[in-house]
Design a protein around this ligand. Structure first.
Ligand code: ATP
Ligand code: MG
Length: 570
């Protein structure tokens, strides 16, 4: 029979002080609650409490994968270098790839992901279209030698990933496997208690998505997103949205005095207009060495990813280069600069006819400038980072902005790996065709911390029942008392018998210490057994999430609480 866990036996060394190494709330709480420990930069040990939660997340993933017919297996973490050379990733994957040599001098990598391994595995054994589709997955440690491992489990070097790979006969099949995984990933987020948005990372040519990232919403997230009430969401870097702008003042091209420090905000304030009625100029040197001036609505920034796309590896112009090309810092614009400067503008501005731009003279701007009439725009490009208030590309409503933690990603690979590795099957007509593949990853350890990042308060973690290390903590206020201790044991026994996972704080500590630790560790329910209640047959039930307390008769507590817990297990 199952029995409950006692705090005196549990390996969960809590910390009284905030650890200096932790910047993020979730990282701090996992350390303080005795759930994880750092072994070295980016290398963490999962202590018993965190490990219980990890196993629950894995179990939820397994159930959702089973439900769509994916099969769990395991491949070696170490991958022969040859197959990475075959796909060319040996050369393009940078220093994040940990390479090793064995005693015979053969090359290996510690798998950061396993497309090669799985493709190599199936390539000589999945031979016929009749055997397809197949989706295989594993849950395994990955290693990426991240340049800046940080935030605990969020960006580790060794971390736990569920990675899956689908093999289909044709594009329609791949689309279905991908859609199934995407739906399963949404259910995984929901079941572990994570508020997440599916964010389009890559749009396909026919409008559908070919890659989606699930982003746990959190201020501390590294990704900035835009989203809409209609369900659209995108990484601000991938988003092609309706960038919002306003016309500037005046309609005829006119030089005006603007005694301000040269920032868009100071200019807008001086003229009493909105920053989006101004045009911001970014001067860069493109990869081919040519000078380019990028014009955007004043409240928007040049997006690095989009700019790289357009100009290759570019650099911002330094002051010397600006001087060479007749551009004046703080007062830059498309008029009056060196004719070698190529003028490009964000495509959203194509219909705008009254531009407020710098005059390339300190203290002066030009208002009412009109492209085509007063200066030439060589190219209209998607350049701006989307922000709140821009228009949703699906429904046109204003977008909201948020920050997110990427917890998982689904990806249509097509034949990229199967072609590179010669992985083909015989189709119905006897022709050998490369597999249409998809790959799907969940950062299991990152997901655990993302939940904690969303669910906490000033006292500690607030575990959702579905992934709580224990579901109920029984807190006897005085273990030496001959009424209290037997009653606490009885409640713990009854809850355990009803299938609930129970931890009993059997330490000889003051009530205050126990309450603090209970809140810090954050199990969903606390049953407090005190002397007064014990006499009258009552215990106190505290809901960690709401903070609500109620007195419950001892005879009823196990049955009613077990029911509540079961209902929330998901
Ligand atoms: P990131 O952009 O955060 O570096 P990624 O897009 O490179 O992640 P994927 O290759 O999509 O990561 O890997 C699948 C999942 O593995 C990610 O969605 C993320 O949850 C997790 N993951 C990736 N890198 C790390 C890491 N260094 N530490 C913890 N989890 C990670
Ligand atoms: Mg990713």
């Amino acid at each position: 029979m199952n029995s409950y866990m006692k705090m005196t036996a549990l390996y969960a060394p809590t910390l009284k002080e905030d650890p200096a190494e932790a910047e993020l709330t979730s990282h701090r709480l996992l350390l303080r609650a005795g759930m994880i420990r750092k072994t070295a930069a980016g290398l963490y040990s999962y202590l018993p409490l965190a490990w219980r939660s990890i196993r629950k997340i894995e179990q939820i993933i397994r159930e959702e994968m089973d439900a769509i017919g994916a099969q769990e297996m395991l491949v070696p973490m170490i991958v022969p270098g040859e197959i990475w050379q075959e796909t060319g990733r040996w050369d393009v994957y940078g220093p994040e790839l940990l390479r090793l040599k064995d005693r015979h001098g053969r090359d290996f990598v510690v798998g950061p992901t396993h497309e090669e391994t799985f493709t190599d595995l199936i390539k000589n054994e999945l031979r016929s279209y009749k055997q397809l589709p197949v989706t295989l997955y594993q849950i395994q440690d990955k290693f990426r030698d991240e340049i800046r491992p940080r935030f605990g489990l969020m960006r580790g070097r060794e971390f736990i990933m569920k990675d899956g790979y689908s093999f289909d006969r044709d594009v329609e099949g791949m689309q279905k496997s991908y859609d199934d995984e995407k739906a399963a990933y949404a259910r995984v987020c929901e079941r572990v208690g994570l508020r997440a948005l599916p964010v389009v990372a890559d749009s396909g040519q026919i409008g559908g998505d070919t890659s989606v990232e699930f982003m746990g919403l959190a201020e501390a997230g590294e990704a900035s997103l835009v989203w809409c009430d209609c369900g659209y969401a995108a990484d601000d870097e991938a988003a092609t949205v309706g960038i919002a702008w306003e016309e500037g003042p005046g309609t005829s091209c006119e030089r005006i005095e603007t005694p301000c420090e040269g920032s868009i905000d100071s200019l807008a304030q001086l003229l009493g207009i909105s920053p989006m009625a101004c045009r911001k100029s970014f001067a860069i040197i493109a990869e081919d060495g040519s000078p380019v001036l990028c014009l955007l609505p004043g409240d928007h920034e040049l997006n690095e990813v989009k700019a790289e796309h357009a100009f290759g590896h570019y650099d911002a112009m330094d002051e010397e280069q600006m001087a060479t090309y007749g551009l004046v810092k703080g007062f830059m614009g498309p008029i009056g600069c060196d004719p070698r400067v190529r003028i490009v503008a964000d495509v959203s501005l194509k219909d705008s006819t009254s531009w407020l731009v710098g005059a390339n003279e300190a203290g002066y701007h030009i208002q009412g400038a009109c492209p085509g009439r007063d200066f030439e725009v060589a190219e209209w490009l998607d350049l701006a980072t989307a922000i709140a208030g821009d228009a949703c590309p699906r429904c046109g409503k204003p977008l909201h902005a948020a920050r997110g933690i990427e917890v998982s990603q689904v990806f249509q690979l097509g034949t990229k790996y199967s072609e590179a590795m010669g992985a083909t099957f015989a189709d119905e007509d006897g022709v050998e065709r490369p597999f249409q593949m998809g790959c799907y990853g969940i950062g299991v350890s990152r997901m655990l911390q993302a939940v904690v990042e969303q669910k906490n308060d000033e006292h500690g973690i607030i575990w959702p029942v579905a992934i709580a290390p224990y579901e109920v903590e029984v807190v006897p206020l005085d273990v030496a008392d001959d009424l209290v201790w037997p009653l606490a044991q009885r409640v713990a026994d009854e809850l355990t018998a009803a299938g609930v996972e129970v931890l009993v704080d059997d330490r000889k500590e003051r009530p205050g210490v126990k309450f603090n630790d209970a809140d810090l560790m954050g199990f969903p329910y606390q049953v407090v057994v005190g002397k007064r209640g014990a006499k009258s047959g009552m215990v106190e039930l505290k809901d960690r999430a709401t903070g609500e307390r109620e007195d419950v008769p001892v005879d009823e507590v196990a049955t009613s609480l077990a029911e509540r817990v079961r209902a929330q297990r998901s």
